[in-house]
Design a protein. Structure first.
Length: 273
């Protein structure tokens, strides 16, 4: 152990470029990074993108008072009592009845789960708590206003921030935006990434096996980084290949990445003087 520590210390002292920690290296990169431009895309196409501006609900959900149970929409003031059944309100089909679409005193309407509460009604009584006899419905207990009713905006309030800026869009976020009736969402453009390996000792995987006497090894980092980029949602990856240990060759490839409009350049190599 003593020899190993001494060897590391000797290397650190001899090298003109001081070693930094991984955390410090990441901090330096992030401090120099800038957000990419924004664009609006259909929310179903935003998976894997980073949200640039808060997505706020354009409307409440539900947009109407909705029943939580199958049963009968009533005026709580009429309960207990016997009410005349005047129609039905179903999910996707609000109550329609000849000349009357609101509940008047002494009236009620059949209602299904998720259906809009008819105007005039302020509560729902589950079917199992009612007695139906032809065109009348009997309810024996008191009923509180709002019972078994999901009010407007119960799940989502208009103007509520649903997906904050900086969020990574996934299935959950797509579902939220869809529930709120959103069409597009503002995201950052995807980066164009360039990958470059450096070193005379590198050989491309799949090439003729390097002779042991050549001192060459296969380049594993660049293919691995390309795969990591794609699994992270980066589709536009420019493979710059390998640069020889010669400043002019390296400068030429870096300039090429810039000319191609790359947003990020990741290099692997250059550990020795």
């Amino acid at each position: 152990p003593g020899g190993g520590a001494s060897g590391q210390s000797d290397f650190a002292m001899a090298h003109k470029y001081p070693m930094i920690s991984m955390n410090e290296a990441v901090d330096r990169v992030i401090s120099r990074a800038h957000p990419l431009p924004q664009e609006s895309v259909a929310f179903v196409d935003a998976v894997g993108r980073v949200v640039a501006e808060d997505f706020v609900a354009p409307r409440p959900h539900p947009p109407f008072a909705a029943s939580v149970m199958d049963g009968y929409a009533v005026r709580s003031a009429d309960c207990p009592g016997v009410m005349t059944l005047i129609g039905a309100s179903r999910a996707g089909a609000p109550m329609r009845s000849a000349g009357n679409t609101s509940i008047q005193p002494g009236q009620c309407a059949y209602i299904t789960t998720g259906a809009p509460l008819p105007p005039g009604a302020d509560a729902v009584v589950p079917s199992e708590e009612c007695r139906v006899d032809g065109g009348t419905v009997s309810i024996d207990a008191n009923v509180d206003a709002g019972k078994w009713v999901r009010p407007v905006g119960f799940d989502i309030k208009a103007g509520e921030t649903l997906v904050p800026a900086g969020s990574l869009v996934g299935a959950h976020e797509v579902g939220i935006v869809a529930a709120a009736g959103g069409g597009e969402i503002c995201v950052h453009k995807k980066p164009k990434l360039a990958l470059l390996s450096t070193g005379d000792e590198l050989a491309e995987a799949g090439e003729v096996e390097p002779d042991a006497s050549s001192g060459r090894i296969y380049d594993a980092n660049r293919p691995m980084l390309a795969a990591l980029a794609k699994t992270s949602g980066v589709d536009d990856v420019l493979d710059l290949g390998r640069a020889a240990d010669e400043p002019g060759a390296l400068a030429s490839l870096v300039a090429g990445a810039h000319a191609e409009g790359c947003d990020v350049l990741v290099t692997s190599g250059g550990v020795s003087e």
